[in-house]
Ligand binder design. Structure first.
Ligand SMILES: Nc1ncnc2c1ncn2[C@@H]1O[C@H](COP(=O)(O)OP(=O)(O)OP(=O)(O)O)[C@@H](O)[C@H]1O
Ligand SMILES: [Mg+2]
Length: 372
């Protein structure tokens, strides 16, 4: 999958920007605050219909303007599509070939992206909810069924939590309705556990090879950590494990007024040579491991959607030593399209920049330049 053209109108600091992108690597260079990340963000909004950055849709609209627009031409094999997103106050429109698409779920598969940003270090160091959000974002891109089921799960979870509170405050002993909700929730949970386990296992199979490519050392592993003990990731075993928890801790759940077990309490960790990377690894090692995670997802995207995602790598070089920068650039396959931002390419080997489109960004303006 490649984005051939990207056009922005009143998006962040761009009044008007028309870009023609290379099908291979695109590097945007410029000083702090000139709008490099904004370009990458625009590509991500085009793919996901919302920004990965904190804030709301309104922040995307250029100050004092009413409407932001992102347009992109996307090629997948021989098929070409024109995607567009219009963001207005309290309203958002998504269009494919100039036709408005009503449901976001029907739009999402048009453009797949894998995003890495400096904040992604939090995938390792931050709270479990960050890792769960990541899994949801990634799995929803590769499986519409996952998107649907995790939405249903969240709705059921809310209903079940509310009902637990009602049972407790009104001192109701009859739990017939709760049991119905529980069973429905368990069925959705089984699917989510299975998908997440399979997904993390696949990434786990690739992450260390990539980490070794970038850092010359190996030993990175991913460990899936649900908050129930699952013997095997088969439907019956998961169902049994979850039912057991709900049965055993019914009173505790009543007292808390919330569902204490299930994929909404999931987590996973990175380990390096058997030790938790969150605690022991250096910043550079953490960054390399998270990057390796992201690069490992590419293969999975290819497997599920039959097409490579577009790689969006924001400020990937900071914190990496020169050797790693060069190795990373070499590793990022030139066969897939990437959009990379950096403040400079100092000391980067000329060979690594072969066949790379380099763009110089100055305030609200972008110029394609000759190789440096
Ligand atoms: N809605 C908006 N309207 C106008 N300008 C905006 C808007 N939102 C952000 N900006 C401007 O965009 C600029 C930041 O752009 P961006 O984050 O892309 O910078 P960058 O080139 O990635 O910098 P760095 O190297 O520090 O990461 C800031 O100058 C900010 O004021
Ligand atoms: Mg930036």
């Amino acid at each position: 999958m490649i984005i051939t053209k990207l056009n922005l109108t009143n998006f962040r600091n761009y009044q008007k920007l028309n870009l023609e992108l290379s099908p291979n690597m695109n590097i945007f260079i410029g000083e702090n605050g000139v709008g490099k990340t904004n370009i990458l963000e625009a590509a991500s909004v085009l793919a996901l219909t919302k920004s990965y950055r904190i804030g709301n849709d309104m922040d995307l609209i250029r100050f004092t303007k009413q409407k932001a627009k992102i347009k992109g031409s996307v090629k997948k094999g021989r098929t070409k599509k024109d995607l567009a997103i219009e963001i207005m106050d309290k309203q958002k429109k998504v269009l494919v070939n100039n036709k408005q698409i009503k449901r976001i779920a029907d739009y999402i598969a048009n453009l797949n992206v894998v995003i890495f940003t400096p904040n992604d270090l939090e995938i390792m160091t931050g709270s479990p909810s960050i890792r769960r959000n990541l899994l949801n974002m990634e799995l929803s891109q590769i499986s519409l069924e996952y998107l649907k089921i995790s939405n249903e799960y969240n709705k059921l979870l809310k209903t079940r939590n509310e009902y637990l509170k009602i049972l407790f405050t009104n001192n109701i002993a009859d739990k017939t309705y709760l049991d119905i909700l529980t069973e429905k929730l368990v069925e959705k949970a089984v699917f989510i556990y299975k998908m997440r386990h399979l997904y993390l296992e696949k990434i786990g199979n690739n992450i260390d090879v990539i980490f070794k490519n970038i850092t010359d050392s190996s030993g990175v592993e991913l460990l899936y950590k649900p908050n129930i003990e699952i013997e095997a990731y088969e439907e019956d075993a998961i169902r049994r494990a979850l039912r057991h928890k709900f049965h055993k801790y019914y009173k505790k759940e009543l007292a808390y007024g919330m569902t204490l077990y299930g994929p909404h309490r999931d987590d996973f960790t990175f380990s390096y040579k058997g030790k938790d990377m969150k605690v022991y690894a250096s910043q550079g090692q953490q960054k390399s491991a998270v990057l390796s995670y992201k690069l490992a997802t590419i293969k999975i995207f290819e497997e599920y959607s039959g097409s490579s995602p577009v790689l969006l790598l924001d400020d990937i070089f900071s914190e990496l030593d020169l050797k790693k920068k060069n190795k990373l650039l070499k590793f990022i396959s030139k066969d897939i399209q990437s959009i990379i931002t950096t403040t400079d390419l100092k000391n980067i080997s000329k060979k690594a920049l072969d066949n790379v489109a380099i763009f110089q960004v100055s305030n609200g303006n972008v110029e394609r330049c000759e190789k440096k």
